[in-house]
Each structure stands twice: as structure tokens, then as C-alpha cells.
Design a binder for this molecule. Structure first.
Ligand code: NAD
Length: 238
């Protein structure tokens, strides 16, 4: 990956937060924190048992207080500040570790734990408290708040912005994602078809590994700071 880049799109997944102590999503067993994905991450699961789903995300949100960003989050925030070209940081994660690591412009394509979505008025509100007691929406007062998390079968956020960036970037980097969840898993093929170089940083080869020009295997806390250093030093030397 010797050529320098002017425009970079980065996609992160659960693997970047694993070393901070947030469990990844076990695609093989289909379990997320001991729950079946169908039960806690689909609109049907929510309709069947709202109490279970609200409680599940309340616990995930509360757990954020006990974790810290790791060197991979901090390095991407540094890249955001210091890279002179275009940079779009897209995450599939619903945690807030990119922001707490210092990143200011993160596109959360699957929503955020610290946001609530009102099913009555459609407004999204910053949210830190539990939702299980059905608090009123700060905008319309209806008691129809749900986690502002994109469930399976729902449309991820800001896809137009992401595809526009994938069209023009010259480097696409995927970090800590299994390549099992679409549409994010399709970004590498999209970027490559548009002429971008593609790099994967992951603990193990992902499902889409062969689509990348280069794969570096190892923990994100080591790989990401080293890659960021490389990009920034190439900029100053070139
Ligand atoms: P995934 O769990 O399917 O895959 C995680 C990937 O990260 C795996 O390929 C694994 O090998 C790799 N990995 C694990 N530890 C790593 C490390 N220390 N360094 C580098 N790579 C590491 O995750 P996904 O592809 O993001 O898809 C899961 C879905 O579940 C997403 O839609 C996401 O929204 C959601 N989810 C989010 C969080 C979070 O917000 N932190 C946590 C779990 C699941």
C-alpha cells in the first residue's frame, strides 16, 4: 500500500471496540451478549417483547460507563485532526468510543445507544437514561421511544453520503468488522469498483478478505495506530 491517499473512507465494526471490553457480535452462533439477534435486533423482536429489548439496550447503554476508548479509537481521532485530505469515518458500532477517543465527525450508520428514536413523531433525541419505563419523547411527549439503533431489516442511516464518498475515495479501510452484515459488507466491492485501493485491518481474515488488496491481521490497538502513523508520515514526506 505504497501510494499516498487524498481521500479515505474508513469503516469500523465491533472489533475496534473489543479491546475496550465491549463484546463483538458472534456471527457464528448468532448471539449478542447471550441473546438471539432475532430477539433483540429486529423490529419483530421488539414488537414481540418490547420489555426485553428495551432492557437489553438499557444495559448496553449503561455498560458504556465502564469502558474506555483504546489506542485504535484515539489513533483514528488523530487521523481525523491531522490528515489534510478528505476523510469519512463510518462506524457500524452503536457505542460512543470513537467520540470519547476524540473523533468529532463520526457517521453512525447503525445508530447510537445514546440516542432515542420516537416511533410517534420520528424525532431522534440524545439519550442517556433507561427507556424501559417508557419516558415521554422530549419533542411530542408520546411514550413511544425506542433505541435509536438500526435493526436487521431496517435501512441504515446516511447511505447516500456513504456511497458518494465510496465513489470518490482513493483508499477504503475496513477495521474490525466481520464482513457478514450488509450493506456495510458490500462497501469494499463498491470502493474497489470505483478504483480505490482497499485495506483490511482485522484480527482474522473476514468473510470478504479476498476482496481487499491488502489484509493486515492483528489486534486493532496495535494495527490502527501503526497504520495512522504511516499515512501521516507519508503525507509529510510526500
Ligand atoms: P462482528 O462481531 O460481526 O465482527 C467483529 C470482527 O472484529 C471479527 O471479524 C473479529 O475477528 C474482529 N475482531 C475481534 N477482535 C478484534 C480486535 N481486537 N482487533 C481487530 N479486530 C478484531 O462485528 P461487525 O462486523 O461490526 O457486525 C456486528 C453488528 O453488530 C454491527 O452491525 C454492529 O452494529 C453491532 N454491534 C456493535 C457493537 C458495538 O457498538 N461496539 C458490538 C457488537 C455488535
Amino acid at each position: 500500500m505504497s501510494a499516498s491517499a487524498n481521500s479515505i473512507v474508513i469503516l469500523t465494526g465491533a472489533g475496534i471496540s473489543a479491546e475496550s471490553g465491549i463484546d463483538t457480535f458472534r456471527s457464528a452462533g448468532g448471539l449478542w451478549e447471550q441473546h438471539r439477534v432475532e430477539d433483540v435486533a429486529t423490529p419483530e423482536g421488539f414488537a414481540r417483547d418490547p420489555h426485553l429489548v428495551l432492557g437489553f439496550y438499557d444495559m448496553r447503554r449503561a455498560a458504556l460507563a465502564g469502558v474506555e476508548p483504546n489506542p485504535a479509537h484515539v489513533a483514528l481521532a488523530r487521523l481525523e485532526r491531522e490528515f489534510a485530505g478528505e476523510l469519512l469515518l463510518v462506524t457500524q458500532n452503536v457505542d460512543d468510543l470513537h467520540e470519547r477517543g476524540g473523533a468529532a465527525r463520526v457517521l453512525h450508520m447503525h445508530g447510537e445507544l445514546k440516542s432515542a428514536l420516537c416511533s410517534a413523531c420520528g424525532m431522534r433525541s440524545r439519550w442517556e437514561a433507561p427507556l424501559i419505563d417508557r419516558p415521554p419523547c422530549p419533542v411530542c411527549q408520546a411514550r413511544h421511544l425506542r433505541p435509536d439503533v438500526v435493526w436487521f431489516g431496517e435501512m441504515p442511516y446516511r447511505m447516500e453520503t456513504i456511497y458518494a464518498a465510496l465513489e470518490t475515495c482513493d483508499l477504503f479501510v475496513s477495521i474490525g468488522t466481520s464482513g457478514a452484515v450488509y450493506p456495510a459488507a458490500g462497501f469494499v466491492a463498491e470502493a474497489r469498483a470505483n478504483g480505490a485501493r482497499t485495506l483490511e485491518l482485522n484480527l482474522e481474515p473476514s468473510e470478504g478478505s479476498r476482496l481487499f488488496h491488502e489484509s493486515r491481521l492483528g489486534p486493532a490497538s496495535a494495527l490502527v495506530p501503526a497504520w495512522v502513523e504511516e499515512v501521516l508520515s507519508r503525507e509529510t514526506s510526500g
